[in-house]
Ligand binder design. Structure first.
Ligand code: ADP
Ligand code: MG
Length: 238
């Protein structure tokens, strides 16, 4: 569970083509980072995979099934938004349980999953607090908890740490990497930050103006950047 294939996927907004035909295979369990400058189409690509936008042409398959045939909520993909997407009036427990309540899971199963996620994320002692009573890092963990409880086939992160301060970002990067080691679930992580890409990824997809410049492991990109754009972006000695 968790293989994502994009085949000749394009996306246009009106007359403007943001994603020209793009092919990409993301293996089950891989931690893939989409990196590239602002405006290159990272969020659009993630939103297409999540089903928050429709492709203009081409096909996305999730574990072999064309995603257009699966309603977004049933695709088994959980998007992690920035922590300010939490509900301020709800407790941590209610925030994390929210997608489960929407899906109509019974109370006992909701509690079981929330407590399991809270244990993984070191939030057990904070379940009765509200987001306003938490630190930035704790709030971000609540946002991740809300994804974990859905037990998704893949996690989709869109610059989840961009509104945290630098010190917190370092810690949260480690926590997300640790979560991946533990769950072994496919993760796609979007960032414009080269350091995040180089330190977190199994595989980096370097994007520029909606197309893929290069795909490879951090070491492959560092040792053999295909062109000056990749070299410049990744900070390779070329
Ligand atoms: P990134 O996440 O890499 O910064 P985006 O995917 O947000 O880039 O945007 C890529 C391009 O698509 C940008 O030029 C942006 O203005 C454009 N774009 C994104 N969403 C829309 C939309 N809903 N309507 C029109 N243009 C859009
Ligand atoms: Mg973006």
């Amino acid at each position: 569970m968790g293989q994502i294939v994009l085949e000749q996927v394009t996306k246009s907004f009106g007359e403007v083509t943001v994603i020209p035909p793009l092919d990409l295979t993301i293996k089950d369990g891989e931690f893939t980072v989409f990196v590239g400058p602002s405006g290159c189409g990272k969020s659009t690509l993630l939103r297409l995979i999540a089903g928050l936008e429709d492709v203009s042409s081409g096909e996305i398959r999730i574990d072999g099934r064309p995603s257009a045939s699966i309603p977004p909520a049933k695709r088994g993909l959980a998007m992690v938004f920035q922590s300010y997407a939490l509900y301020p009036h709800m407790t941590v427990r209610k925030n994390i349980a929210f997608p489960l309540r929407m899906a109509g899971l019974d109370r006992a199963e909701q509690d079981r999953r929330v407590e399991q996620a809270a244990a993984v994320l070191n939030l057990t002692d904070y379940l009765d607090r509200r987001p306003g009573q938490l630190s930035g890092g704790q709030r971000q963990r609540v946002a991740i908890g809300r994804a974990i409880v859905r037990e998704p086939a893949a996690f989709l992160f869109d610059e989840p740490l961009s509104n945290l301060d630098a010190a917190l970002r370092v810690g949260m990067r480690l926590e997300i990497s640790e979560l991946h080691n533990r769950l072994k679930t496919t993760m796609i992580y979007v960032t414009h930050d080269q350091v995040e890409a180089m330190t977190m990824a199994d595989k980096i997809v370097v994007l520029r103006a909606g197309h893929i410049e290069q795909v490879g492991s951090p070491l492959e990109l560092y040792r053999a950047p295909r062109n000056l754009f990749v070299a410049g972006f990744i900070g390779s000695p070329k």
